[in-house]
Design a protein around this ligand. Structure first.
Ligand code: DP6
Length: 351
């Protein structure tokens, strides 16, 4: 046996493996903010998986070489990311016993700009988990598609919580809740037959208000929920919000949807402001855009609304229900001016 060979489960000689996978990002509607040990979320969350913003990953596994990880993002070596992945692989060895038995070269590319506020950790860890499940098929044998996807979601969660939702299309739930089959350990798809048509063809245009590094990372932000005096109330509220969300999704109540989704976004940022130490990730442009959206909605009654991630950029949400052209014109004429360099990423959630 050469150094690039490995004895697989069924005693086949396995040599260097190269696998490629792609995974989209997602945008949460009910937010995950706060977690316990082992990436257990403090409350359930629900998100839309995007159609175009993706990470494409190629993983080369040099079997039987000493364990090491080298990563490249868009052709440039990323040493910090490699360290993170090394730690992650060590952490998930209990679920993939072969994982430390070789050397990895991982090449990733995002189809969206870096630091755009689009969750690259979600699509990034989603794609890595999918690659690992392809390798697992070689070393541990084939599982059903459903099982393999669930395990990929489970593994992605251990890399970055929100990543576990990126494994499925459409609306996706992570965290034990009233949604059938939901779990703290992996995400599940929201039942398609319980979603009104209006929610199955939506736009997400991300206004790039601020493209620099965030002042506080999500990891630190989650940690600050541990001492936030409002945390328990917030976790309960997120859980409770699943009751109206289920009704809204079933009966197509767009107005109720808008109210709930914006409330969730503002609550997320309110939690940041009430942390100790407090921090604010919104910028002036974020607030200007929010106020303009509210004015526009008041005047036109058209369904343009927003959500925010842990950053300054604004996700503009609106359905493709006949009013989208007017909304798009308004965005171009009035909102783009609040971005850095006219930056906007136009995505869609269609399923
Ligand atoms: C505000 O999934 O990035 O986007 O689990 O520490 O990797 P880690 O955090 P991450 O947190 C995302 C938080 C959020 C809300 C959400 O996506 O639900």
């Amino acid at each position: 046996m050469t150094t690039q060979e490995f004895l697989g489960k069924e005693n086949f000689i396995i040599s260097t493996q190269t696998v490629s996978e792609s995974c989209p990002s997602n945008i949460a509607l009910i937010k995950y903010w706060g977690k316990y040990d082992n990436q257990i979320p403090a409350n359930p969350s629900i998100s839309y998986t995007l159609n175009h913003c993706k990470t494409n990953t190629t993983m080369e596994f040099f079997v039987n070489e000493p364990f090491s990880v080298q990563t490249f993002l868009g052709g440039n070596e990323e040493v910090k990311f490699a360290e993170k992945i090394e730690k992650y692989f060590k952490n998930i060895e209990q679920y993939l016993p072969w994982i430390l038995k070789g050397k990895y070269i991982i090449k990733t590319e995002n189809t969206f700009p870096h630091s755009s506020g689009i969750a690259s950790s979600a699509s990034g860890f989603g794609a890595i988990a999918k690659c690992l499940m392809k390798l697992d098929e070689v070393f541990s044998g084939k599982e059903s598609e459903e099982e393999s996807l669930r395990k990929a979601s489970f593994l992605a969660r251990l890399g970055s919580g929100s990543a576990c939702r990126s494994l499925y299309n459409g609306l996706v739930v992570w965290g034990e809740s009233q949604v059938k089959g939901s779990s703290d350990l992996f995400a599940v798809q929201y039942p398609n037959e319980e979603i009104h048509e209006i929610f199955k063809d939506f736009n997400d245009w991300v206004l790039l208000i601020h493209e620099g590094q965030k002042s506080v990372s999500s990891t630190v932000g989650h940690g600050l929920m541990k001492t936030n005096p409002y945390a328990e109330r917030r976790f309960l509220e997120a859980r409770e919000n699943f009751t109206p969300m289920k009704e809204i999704l079933a009966n197509g109540d767009l107005e109720g949807f808008i109210k709930l989704v914006e409330h969730e976004a503002l609550t997320l940022h309110a939690m940041m402001m009430m942390s100790e130490p407090a921090f604010i990730l919104m910028k002036t442009g974020t607030l200007e855009v929010i106020n303009k959206i509210w004015d526009f909605r008041k005047k036109t009654r058209l369904p343009l609304f927003f959500t925010l991630d842990a950053g300054a950029n604004v996700h503009l949400l609106f359905p493709n229900n006949g009013s989208e052209d007017k909304i798009k014109s308004f965005i171009e004429a009035e909102l783009l001016q609040h971005t850095q360099n006219n930056g906007v990423v136009k995505d869609v959630m269609r399923f």
